[in-house]
Design a protein around this ligand. Structure first.
Ligand code: ZN
Length: 396
């Protein structure tokens, strides 16, 4: 990979130590999370948004660590921002858009960060020497990792809990990755990576690689590029904290380079039965405490001990954001209603964003003229059984 002119290095979000790009896992000093820093005064809004005919997230490489020419990419990003006029009336706001991340190469928002992380990996002098590459996943990120690592021909392992959707399990193998199904829930899969791999491995875990949450920030850039301004409120289905932390950083960088004056309200949405980040926000904690008994039907959101919990809480604090919880039945009802009316393959996790907006409406939190964005984090075709089961409960 080739570094961009504005990127300065990597900084530890815990201890503040600075590093070069030879380090691409956790902080050697304190095990904290690293992330790229930039010389913001060298980047003008035109550098970021006047990419010419280039499409996809790498058109924004003025504020990415690596150049688009050197990227491992399948044109992720540039996902549609679909106007949902029916929801405008139902929610009583000015405009509603669904940012459809299901349209990414493997049907998930995580393709963005995976493209950056695997590009970083391609910069190793001898990538083969760091095999195997491994991560634990609720499903989508494992599928994405297998796809992107296939471009480099690297041996990879995705550790998934047994409840992971069949489509994810199948496609991890179809993309050439190896898979270990671990009994139990997501924390069991995470623990199994160390327990079952006999050798050292290169981790693509979120917040272990500096780049997965960094990739999520391009969602923020695209919202500005498509709307010509930032929306007022963005509802983000939240599990690991990767999306909240990354998208918030993107909004803050738009302020840094002078494109906008203020950031939107970011609302993290979690299932009532697994909401460690929302609980931390409500209780005023700096970091979540592990959720003792997670039990949500939406597997992608069942992350009881989020790796980026502290980063997400800090981001919500900086942006005056909020966190809300939603019942599974409301998330599935929202996902299926949007699928029925808006020509979108709305995922079960994405339904949580819409259910969060409904909660705001019922609480009278909208003033009536906002531009609202709902993030559909994955394609509905990844978990049709979960969505269909909701209809069965209604006798359909
Ligand atoms: Zn550190």
């Amino acid at each position: 990979m080739e570094l961009t002119p504005a990127v300065a290095g990597l900084v530890c979000t815990d201890c503040g130590s600075e590093f070069g790009f030879d380090i691409d896992q956790r902080c050697p000093d304190c095990e904290g999370t690293l992330e790229p820093t930039y010389e913001y005064d060298t980047v003008a809004p035109g550098d970021l948004f006047d990419a010419g005919p280039e499409t996809g997230q790498w058109q924004f490489d003025a504020l990415l660590p690596f150049t688009s020419d050197s990227a491992i990419t399948a044109a992720e990003g540039s996902t549609p921002l679909v106007a949902a006029d029916r929801l405008v009336d139902e929610l009583g706001v000015g405009e509603v858009y669904i940012k459809d991340e299901g349209r990414n190469p493997t049907g998930t928002v995580y393709d963005r960060g995976m493209s950056l992380a695997v590009t970083a990996l391609s910069g190793h002098a001898d990538p083969d020497s760091i095999e195997p590459v491994a991560l634990a996943s609720t499903g989508n990120s494992g599928q994405s990792a297998a796809a992107y690592l296939g471009r480099l021909g690297l041996r990879s392992y995705a550790f998934v809990p047994s409840r992971t959707a069949f489509s994810n399990k199948a496609m991890i193998n179809v993309h050439g990755g190896q898979m270990r199904v671990v009994g139990g829930r997501y924390p069991d899969a995470a623990a199994a990576v160390d327990d079952q791999l006999a050798t050292d491995y290169y981790s693509l875990q979120e917040f272990t690689t500096p780049y997965r949450h960094e990739g999520a920030k391009t969602v923020a850039f695209e919202l500005y590029a498509d709307l010509g301004e930032l929306p007022d409120v963005v509802f983000v289905p939240t599990s690991t904290g990767e999306l909240v932390a990354g998208i918030a950083k993107g909004f803050e960088e738009l302020v840094e380079i002078g494109a906008v004056e203020s950031t939107p309200t970011v609302v993290a949405v979690q299932p009532t039965s697994c909401s460690p980040i929302a609980a931390a926000v409500e209780r005023g904690l700096d970091a979540p405490e592990p959720w003792a008994h997670p039990d949500t039907i939406i597997g992608e959101l069942e992350v009881p001990d989020p790796a980026g919990g502290a980063q997400a809480v800090a981001a919500l604090d900086r942006l005056d954001g909020e966190a809300v919880t939603v019942d599974d039945s409301d998330s599935l009802e929202s996902a299926t209603r949007i699928a029925q009316h808006e020509i979108i393959e709305m995922g079960a996790a994405g339904g949580a964003a819409a259910a969060g907006a409904w909660n705001w409406h019922e609480a009278g939190a909208f003033t009536g003229d906002e531009t609202v964005v709902l993030l559909n984090t994955d394609s509905g075709v990844k978990s049709p059984d979960v969505l269909r089961s909701h209809l069965m409960g209604q006798g359909v």
